[in-house]
Design a protein around this ligand. Sequence first.
Ligand code: NAP
Ligand code: G4F
Length: 345
Amino acid sequence: MKKKALIFGITGQDGSYLAEYLIKKNYIVHGVKRRSSSINTGRVDHIYQDPHVSNRTFILHYGDITDSLSVARLVKQIKPHEIYNLAAQSHVQVSFESPEYTANADAIGALRILEAIRFNKLEKKTKFYQAGTSELYGLNEKTPQNEKSFFHPASPYGVAKLYAHWITINYRESYNMFACNGILFNHESPRRGETFVTQKIVQAMCRIKQKKQKTLYLGNLYAKRDWGHARDFVHAMWLIMQRKDPKDFVIATGKQTTVKNFVNLVAKKLKIKLTWKGKGIKEKALDQKGQILVACDKAYFRPLEVNNLLGDSSRARKILNWKPKTSIRELVSEMVDKEMNETIG
Ligand code: NAP
Ligand code: G4F
């Protein structure tokens, strides 16, 4: 019998890679998409199967993580072996603008799924994965961060995810459920949303190369992130769910890069020569003709910044035998190639 997985957040970056991965592993994948006025399935269109096809392995359902009834109905109807909760308002800066919605989706969303498993009496059948985040460490800058490092979230997003983290552990301990957290550090890909810094840099630098844009405006150039590839990270999610006993795992590359260095890596790949000048908000990068290609804009600085993230994933490497396959240079190369191929013409 094929295993059934239910993915909340199927239309997102990770949801699309995870769905591909599970289909290859012979699962039937059910995914939850939100109703939207414009089409939001671009990342999964290539695996879409028409409802009239028999024995479908990829099935989409309407639902919303903020709507308890839809969550409960889907869990009851599908009775999945594995549920992956990847649904979230996932943008840290946006969470300062929409803190209440972020709490509803990112914190209570996890609770809604856990409760649906419990009151449908699926505790023994259904495993639950919660998409946790390195944003939990926030102001705890003691690196590298691992499963034992303390949490000090620094945004409404981080605080909401902290609730989701602990409610997952609470249901595991209270009801003996297989419920676990992946504490994932930043992971990117050509499918990354356009307002996250890596994709924003890639898209703008490609447009600058093609003379379609003059300047890229950024916020804090000195934030340090541990950036991996989403494809490698969804593999870790699946491994976490295959264990006999539920456990929480940090997933990270263990290598750190600043935002500024990410700009340099993209510029290098595109053969754009940058010269950095100035300090603070006045810092900028010029091309050989003295044109400003990169500048800072205070609109992109956050009320509170997470400066220093670097993960120690030795537990995952030891117990799950997981390690990242993609280097940051390969990640940049793949993102730039995809963008250039799509926009050339
Ligand atoms: P993403 O691209 O922003 O995808 C988020 C997904 O959640 C989308 O499918 C989105 O639907 C869906 N969603 C948002 N609100 C929803 C709601 N109310 N009901 C149902 N679905 C909703 O995020 P991602 O990068 O794939 O990340 C996946 C998960 O991992 C998120 O929970 C994120 O917080 C967490 N995480 C990400 C990273 C990272 O570096 N990528 C690191 C650590 C943790 P629409 O397409 O309709 O917007
Ligand atoms: O790409 P970012 O917006 O990602 P951030 O805030 O690290 O959050 C991402 O990773 C988390 C895991 O640690 C996830 F939980 C979360 O869902 C999301 O996927 O920003 C990265 C860094 C920040 O320090 C930000 O201040 O880049 C800095 N930055 C500088 N200029 C900018 C910009 N970020 C954005 N989005 N846009 C800018 O113009």
